[in-house]
Design a protein around this ligand. Structure first.
Ligand code: ADP
Length: 437
């Protein structure tokens, strides 16, 4: 009989039958039955005791010998344990492999528990962040990286964009730090050494700024002489007028590019002023409108300006002038003669806004995401033909970055475009003036 429960039943019945038989022979049925079943219960108790001892002390070894249902129970528990042990070993080796892989990463990696306490880190983290084992296990990460930018980032809960700080243990190293949330309240901190990238970026900026600076003087001289020659009306000057005019145009174009490049490198490198000045945007826009009308000249664009006079902006006047001029001049340059250009300056709960709408040539959707890239033009010929440098919208983007602003562009080919600058409410400065439309 293979079923242990049937075996056990037979065993019980046999013991009861023998007890009954002996009891019948000696005329003490109840006593003998009690004794027999008592011995049987004692045997079971002993098996329970052996099981308990084995589980407590010897579960690594093979289970002790047992009979009947108990053999089954011992074997079953033993098999379960074997299986668990195997699974544990597998998980352990997986964890080991994972830790070895993370430890070998060149980026500093720190595992933070719920509550931002440090649980684990790799060798790069020990090196860059100065973490020491076991001293720093369980420490709050804000106590070890005290950089205010990092603390603000940690508390913000918004980890979309990485921050840049100096390595706490090696101040000459620049780090890009990012927090990644996972599980329930767990976070992974990854810090990457970006010193080299920053150096290259600085070299690029310096190179562009130096080249532009060096080109500025020779270009001014060449352009100046060409201008003088164009004013001459003797025979050689008249003969060469067409060539000289073209040379003068090209040198003016180069001057424009150099000026825009210098402006861009100033925007990239100059620190933001501590004290922001309120700028009278309505007056500035009125001047920009006049300049745009002058640029339009014979093309007679119909330019309108609608402003809320009470809204000023905290920022830098020359940068803002450049921003509005670039947008207004683009509207003139990319709108056929006689077209409509509407400029609006207004505010709402989301902040202050400058919108410029033209009835011009418009821009196909695929170009919109790339418009603010340096030298990106939809139509190179047209851009050059109208005196464009290809840098106007890159300047717009940088000025907006420095004024907590964003650029929104809506356009359809042949239907005109709307460029809108949205400034954050903290940049708004309301002046006690009557609002005039
Ligand atoms: P550019 O000097 O060539 O005008 P920008 O950076 O100012 O350089 O603009 C980039 C490109 O965006 C332009 O070449 C042009 O194709 C397109 N663009 C800008 N403003 C407008 C506009 N108002 N209407 C149509 N296209 C425009």
């Amino acid at each position: 009989m293979s079923n242990p429960w049937i075996q056990e039943l037979w065993r019980t019945l046999t013991i009861a039958a023998i007890s009954l038989l002996i009891g019948w022979l000696f005329d003490a049925v109840a006593l003998c039955l009690l004794l027999g079943l008592g011995v049987y219960a004692g045997w079971h108790m002993r098996q329970v005791y052996r099981l308990e001892r084995w589980l407590r002390h010897g579960k690594r070894f093979h289970p002790p010998e047992a009979q009947g249902i108990w053999e089954e129970i011992f074997q079953y528990i033993y098999r379960l344990q074997q299986r668990n042990r195997k699974r544990k070993r597998k998980l352990g080796s997986m964890l080991n492999r994972f830790q070895q892989a993370t430890a070998a990463l060149p980026d500093a990696t720190v595992v933070l528990s719920d509550g931002e306490h440090i649980e684990w880190w790799n060798a790069a983290a020990a090196d860059l962040l100065g973490l020491i084992y076991p001293r720093d296990v369980g420490q709050h990460v804000g106590n070890l990286i005290r950089n205010p930018v990092f603390v603000a980032y940690l508390n913000s809960g918004d980890y979309e964009i990485p921050i840049q700080i100096h390595a706490p243990a090696k101040l000459h190293i620049a780090l890009s730090v990012r927090l990644i949330s996972y599980g329930t309240g767990q976070r992974l901190m990854v810090a990457r050494d970006i010193t080299r990238i920053q150096q290259l970026e600085r070299m690029r900026r310096d190179f562009v700024a130096n080249v532009s600076h060096e080109l500025r003087t020779p270009l001014t001289v060449v352009s100046g002489y060409l201008e003088t020659l164009l004013e001459e009306d003797d025979e050689p000057a008249v003969r060469w007028r067409k060539t000289l005019t073209s040379m003068h145009e090209q040198s003016r174009r180069m001057q424009g590019i150099v000026e825009d490049l210098l402006m861009l490198s100033r925007l990239e490198t100059q620190a933001q002023p501590e004290q922001l000045t309120p700028i009278d945007i309505p007056v500035l826009l009125a001047q920009v409108k006049d300049d745009a009308q002058r640029l339009s000249g014979d093309q007679a664009h119909h330019i309108t300006l609608e402003v809320d006079r009470s809204i000023w902006l905290l920022g830098n006047e020359s940068e803002l002038r450049s921003l509005f001029s670039n947008l207004a001049f683009n509207a003139v340059r990319y709108t056929p003669a006689g077209g409509q250009i509407q400029m609006r300056w207004y505010a709402d709960v989301q902040g202050a806004h400058f919108a410029i709408k033209d009835s011009g040539i418009g821009i196909a959707a695929q170009h919109l995401p790339r418009l603010t890239e340096r030298f990106y033009r939809v139509d190179v010929g047209r851009s050059r033909g109208t005196g464009g440098t290809g840098l106007g919208l890159a300047i717009v983007k940088h000025v907006l970055l420095r004024h907590d602003g964003q650029l929104q562009v809506e356009s359809q080919l042949g239907q005109g475009s709307t460029f809108r600058c949205d400034f954050a409410p903290n940049r708004l400065s309301r002046q006690a003036q009557p609002a005039v439309g």
